[in-house]
Ligand binder design. Sequence first.
Ligand code: HEC
Length: 240
Amino acid sequence: MKRLSRRDFLMGSLGGIAIVSGFSGIVIPEQVSAAKYPWGYKKLDPDKVAEMAYENFFKGYCCYAVSSAIILSLQKEIGEPYTLLPVDAFKFGHGGVIGWGTICGTLLGAGLATSFAAGKEGEEILNDVMNWYSNTELPIYMPRVAKSSIKNRSKSNSPLCHVSVNKWMTKEGVPFKSAQRKERCARLAADVAKKTVSLLNQWVDGKFEMQNDSQVALYSTTTQHNCTDCHGSKVPSPPK
Ligand code: HEC
């Protein structure tokens, strides 16, 4: 993986790879091919990607919304191998993976994009996105033309679809199948896509530094932060 300055790129140090004009940051593996992972990244406009995620939610839900907004944008900007990816393959993440309420599909979608774009370094980006998701009152995004209106934001304290969506539904007083719940998840997909692209943009400029430690480093096991939500006051300690 090679991080390029604008100058390197314009100097054509990458013989064989198309020169794109007007870019401000780009990372491409030295030889781009479907077999060589990761596939690289070119700076995207976070607001445009957010808008696309909002719209795409209504075509394939949360995981599809975030992954397709970023990957289809990279298909345009970079071409192959991104153009080889059938983004419909990522629809399965809806409802925390086919309705099981595990990881929020927007985060799974973000993880697919950060992984293709940045490989192992993408894990650090995703770690910060998951922390931010858990600690932020969402959704923030306001569509130019909303499909429904909603009143509330909520903080999940958790990256789990089940916790996140049910807390919000209870606050808003609407059922899962309502237009308002879909609107909320669509706006949240826009927020996650925007955050992910903002961090990828920092990363491609060499300015990204993970703000949060890894979960296993913090807790000596795989987990989320909100132990007491599930365990009450008696949180068991994992064997060390
Ligand atoms: C989303 C809910 C949830 C969260 C958040 C969570 N746990 Fe758990 N955890 C469980 C469930 C369910 C079990 C299964 C055992 C049980 O019913 O207590 C479990 C089991 C465990 C066990 C195995 C011991 C036992 O009593 O079975 C440990 C240790 C543990 N959790 C520690 C933690 C710590 C530490 C945190 C926070 C850093 C945490 N958990 C966060 C739900 C959760």
